[in-house]
Design a protein around this ligand. Structure first.
Ligand SMILES: Nc1ncnc2c1ncn2[C@@H]1O[C@H](COP(=O)(O)OP(=O)(O)OP(=O)(O)O)[C@@H](O)[C@H]1O
Ligand SMILES: [Mg+2]
Length: 532
């Protein structure tokens, strides 16, 4: 209606409360997203007092098709699997317990508690699979102390029928373990003597008979006291007993983790439940493609990682991070995406906590229908794709407060999580022809404006309707032209020119096959033998 008026949009509005870019394949979504990023950065540069310095902007693009690397090769950082300078790295110690559970497909009843316990031990700073006996003793004592205290807090270890026997058996096991640990200590070390005595007294008194409630509660409290003083004599503190969160990203290696998990399962008599789980982790650790991303040789500190992926102070290392997910194995792509999104979110949360201001950051998710997929709420089975979706739901609900804006680009709005879609306040609608998708979009728009949407199925690429918070009156816009090098690598295929041999397409399958197999195989050939 306004003919060729220029359309300008307030970036605070466009990015501040999440933007959804929707449209069919080839309708121009990726170009629009790439354009919005470039134009925003250019405008910010112009507006800043010193136009020599790059703006303090942060865009993180999760790019499942590897389309954006070409555009931002120079101005941004591109992280790619197997890249020599900027390999994509998402170490496994970043993963929180939900992500671990989804990856290992741990079952809620038998496996999740074990997995969480193993993770908690890993997060404990002094944890190593140490040979040092006193540390092992201390750790063992802390675990049985927690266990006894738990029994006591339940009111009684003998409250209902099978309990006395269970508790009795536990004590016998503990006694065996304490004795074998004691044998490893120096001969004159008597720090475990009192405990061994009281455990064996309990075992002898109890074999075959049920003591009275009174005598038993005293006896068990006595044992708890003995464990506690032995624990203190090995340097244990109250702090060690507090449950550590299993979600703090402190460093550990996958090797140590599986071994510990296996040992823990044996100790608790759960070997048969964790076989599959262990196998899955071991497969991941052995797979070269995954190892590069999550593996133990990945040597990166949390601080450096945040600087690389979210950007240094003042965004001196560039305003754009492209995370090329195209070569991430399907097994872990959802977990990797969820971890990156969560790390970004939590880092910004912590930034605000320490600085009382938010750090404006835009997280772009291409092909959002695969990662932010409508899923069934089901507490029992947490698949990787629903964990990933839940992360984006959380960002869409809470991200604004921490300066994190989402840009979602998708071909199938009807497959997107309704929670995320309902939190998007601005929409850039490209051509949409599918009925169900149109219907969904119609519901997003007030009745009196629906007329405009009649254009939707016939919009040419590069044109779109902008509506929502960024544009209180919906407008039809034509996105600025992007030069060839500014466009994501997703050109429409030129069938006719190739068919008619106007354009050349040389083909060498063996070379492709070699490249394909080499990525899957060991990379001992080195990456520098000529192929991209
Ligand atoms: N702003 C623009 N400037 C120049 N060309 C554009 C622009 N927008 C779209 N195009 C043209 O449209 C084509 C398809 O656009 P684009 O790759 O962004 O589609 P898409 O919606 O992301 O598709 P898909 O869903 O398959 O990823 C581009 O190759 C380009 O030729
Ligand atoms: Mg695209």
């Amino acid at each position: 209606m306004a003919a060729n008026a220029d359309v300008c949009v307030d970036p605070d509005r466009l990015f501040g409360r999440h933007l959804a870019v929707l449209g069919n394949t080839g309708s121009g979504k990726s170009c629009s997203v790439a354009g919005l990023i470039q134009w925003s950065i250019a405008a910010a540069k112009e507006a800043s007092s010193d136009s020599e310095i790059a703006p303090n902007a942060r865009f993180i693009v999760l790019d499942p098709n590897g389309e954006y690397s070409k555009v931002f090769q120079e101005s941004g950082r591109v992280f790619k699997v197997g890249d020599t300078t900027n390999p994509l790295q998402v170490p496994l110690w970043f993963w929180n317990s939900a992500e671990w559970c989804s990856f290992t497909q741990a079952s809620a009843r038998a496996q999740v508690p074990l997995l969480k316990r193993a993770l908690r031990s890993m997060r404990n700073e002094e944890f190593e699979l140490t040979e040092e006996v006193s540390i092992r003793v201390k750790r063992f004592l802390s675990s049985i102390l927690i266990s006894v205290k738990h029994e006591l807090s339940l009111g009684s270890p003998w409250g209902s029928f099978p309990r006395p026997k269970n508790f009795y058996e536990k004590v016998c096991k503990w006694l065996d373990s304490v004795e074998s640990l004691k044998a490893m200590l120096e001969a004159n070390d008597d720090r475990l003597d009192a405990l061994t005595n009281s455990l064996s007294t309990y075992r002898d008194n109890r074999s075959g008979q049920y003591p009275t409630y009174e005598s038993d509660i005293n006896e068990v409290s006595g044992i708890a006291n003995q464990i506690s003083s032995a624990f203190v004599s090995f340097g244990g503190t109250e702090q060690d007993l507090l449950p550590k969160s299993e979600d703090i990203p402190t460093r550990f290696t996958g090797e140590v983790f599986v071994n510990y998990l296996e040992a823990l399962a044996q100790e608790t008599g759960n070997e048969q439940y964790v076989e599959f789980l262990l196998a899955r982790i071991r497969t991941m650790l052995a797979d070269t493609r995954m190892k590069d991303i999550i593996g133990d040789d990945v040597d990166v500190s949390l601080g450096d990682w945040l600087g690389n992926y979210i950007g240094e102070d003042g965004a001196t290392n560039g305003c754009v991070t492209i995370i090329d997910l195209s070569l991430v194995p399907a097994d872990i792509i959802h977990v990797v995406t969820a971890v990156i999104a969560r790390m970004t979110f939590e880092a910004l949360q912590r930034y605000r906590k320490l600085n009382e201001k938010s750090l404006p950051t835009v997280l772009v998710m291409e092909e959002a229908h695969t990662f932010v997929k409508r899923h069934k709420e089901d507490a029992e089975n947490q698949s990787a794709s629903s964990v990933c979706c839940q992360m984006f739901e959380k960002i869409s609900r809470e991200g604004r407060k921490f300066g994190l804006g989402l840009v979602l680009s998708s071909q199938r709005p009807s497959e997107l999580s309704p929670t995320v879609l309902s939190q998007c306040n601005s929409f850039l609608l490209h051509r949409v022809s599918n009925d169900r998708d149109q219907e969904l979009i119609h519901r997003l728009v007030p009745d009196n404006l629906r007329g405009l949407l009649r254009e939707l199925p016939s919009l040419p690429s590069q044109q779109a309707i902008l509506l929502g918070w960024a544009s209180e009156l919906p407008i039809m816009v034509r996105m600025n032209d992007l030069a060839d090098h500014e466009r994501p690598q997703s050109d429409d295929p030129d069938f006719w020119d190739v068919w008619s041999r106007t354009k050349d397409r040389a083909l060498d399958w063996p070379k492709i096959a070699e490249d394909w197999q080499q990525i899957a195989q060991d990379d001992d050939q080195g990456a520098d033998d000529g192929q991209e």
